[in-house]
Design a protein around this ligand. Structure first.
Ligand code: FIX
Ligand code: ZN
Length: 411
């Protein structure tokens, strides 16, 4: 194949492949009205809230006292009318409106009427088709009072969605949540003493039975350390990792968050920090029978993560997380991952919080990765390698489906 044929093959195969979106904040409809979708949720995405305050004199306190539609009207006027939507997150809303043939400027009236007319279940099918995904992995919190009742009602499974057991309130906020478990009859203590670890395992095991998660997940601060004398490490060692081995599922560690660096911004208030990856090194070594999906929030940690993934096959780097999900950084991360890991990593997840975001997030991924993947195969051909469309399809399928299916689903 000549360079142009290679580029065309990469573009066609990447466009045709139904991708598995391995980390989102979307919800299957059977969990009730907790899933976010529609134009007002798209415009009030916390990424855009953070950008609003840079271009509008309103204070966060004033903004958060407004109703959802008024908030959306203010963000729309500020970031889409009075300014040009050139940031990644503002352009994303434009791309979603365009995908549905809706006006991308002026009034929101037509867009609001369109989304109000949609029936959610069919809308999900339409959105997934437009995004080119066939499955989305959720984030499910067994201590979130808005989600727990839906699980207690034994919701119908949905082949489009997979559950994930999220551990942040256990591993990062034990002081605020140990009494919730106590009230549910678990013999736990604030300091993790006594039967706390075995009881946390019993609690998580019950939720594994209820959710059937494909993995467990936790976001961790940039200061994450292992080993460490803390309830976090006690529960990781004595409850979470043994249970992951028993259930044969990975643990997803997303490391590098500086939580609420500006608390007034609420969900938009988190920042990013460089982590000491010796904690990852020691966990991968100490828990060699566990598998770890891993995504880091600092750009400065990405190259060393590739080195660690070369040392430990039980590490699966995934995605360009959160503040990294911008073409300039995605390009650098994907190039160094291919150079050091070949096709043995998962290039992207959407982290979508609002259903229709998968349309622009996966459009961006395909647009950014096509020239990178094409260049990879073209360089191989220049060096005498045999490049076929079957090989291109195989490697793209491995990166965007196979690695997840083999590392997570099929073990
Ligand atoms: O911890 C996480 O799953 C993060 O992705 C979220 O907390 C974050 O707010 C987000 O949605 C980033 O894209
Ligand atoms: Zn997330």
């Amino acid at each position: 194949m000549n360079p142009e044929q290679i580029r065309a093959a990469v573009q066609e195969e990447l466009q045709a492949l139904p991708i598995i979106d391995i980390h989102t904040h979307l919800f299957q409809p059977s969990l009730g009205p907790i899933g976010l979708w529609g134009i007002d949720e798209l415009i009030t995405y916390h990424y855009l809230e953070a950008e609003l305050f840079r271009s509008c004199p309103i204070t966060p306190t004033q903004y958060f006292s407004m109703g959802k539609q008024a908030q959306a009207d203010l963000i729309w006027k500020t970031l889409f009318i009075d300014n040009t939507p050139i940031s990644e997150a503002t352009r994303g809303v434009v791309a979603v409106l365009n995908a549905f043939g809706l006006p991308t400027s002026g009034s929101l009236t037509e867009a609001r009427a369109f989304f109000a007319s949609r029936k959610l279940d069919q809308h999900i099918d339409d959105v997934f088709r437009l995004a080119g995904i066939d499955q989305a992995v959720m984030t499910n919190d067994p201590l979130d009072p808005t989600e727990v009742p839906a699980w207690e009602a034994n919701p119908a499974t949905d082949k489009r969605f997979h559950a994930v057991l999220r551990l942040d309130r256990i591993l990062n906020k034990w002081a605020q949540h140990w009494e919730v478990l106590k009230e549910q009859g678990y013999d736990v203590a604030a300091d993790g003493s006594g039967n706390s670890a075995s009881e946390v395992r019993r609690f998580l095991s019950k939720w594994c039975d209820k959710m059937n998660p494909v993995y467990m997940a936790v976001s961790l601060p940039d200061t994450f350390a292992y080993p460490e004398d803390s309830t976090r490490i006690l529960f990781l060692r004595e409850a979470v990792l043994p249970l992951c081995r028993e259930r044969n599922i990975p643990l997803s560690t997303m490391i590098g968050v500086r939580y609420l660096v500006n608390p007034t911004l609420k969900l938009a208030g988190d920042g990013a920090g460089k982590s000491d990856l010796r904690a990852v090194e020691r966990m991968a070594l100490d828990f060699g029978d566990n598998r770890f999906l891993i995504s880091l929030l600092s750009r400065e940690n990405q190259h060393e993560l590739c080195v660690y993934a070369r040392k430990f096959a039980n590490l699966m780097p995934f995605g360009c997380w959160w503040f990294l999900n911008n073409p300039s950084v995605v390009e650098e991360m994907t190039r160094e991952r291919i150079e050091m890991l070949g096709a043995s990593f998962i290039p992207q997840h959407s982290d979508a919080r609002v259903l229709e975001q998968v349309i622009y997030k996966w459009r961006n991924t395909r647009r950014t990765l096509t020239p990178i993947l094409a260049g990879t195969f073209q360089t191989l051909a220049e060096d005498g390698g045999i490049v076929t469309r079957d090989a291109i399809r195989r490697d793209i399928t491995r990166m965007f489906r196979g690695n997840f299916e083999n590392f997570v689903l099929s073990r």
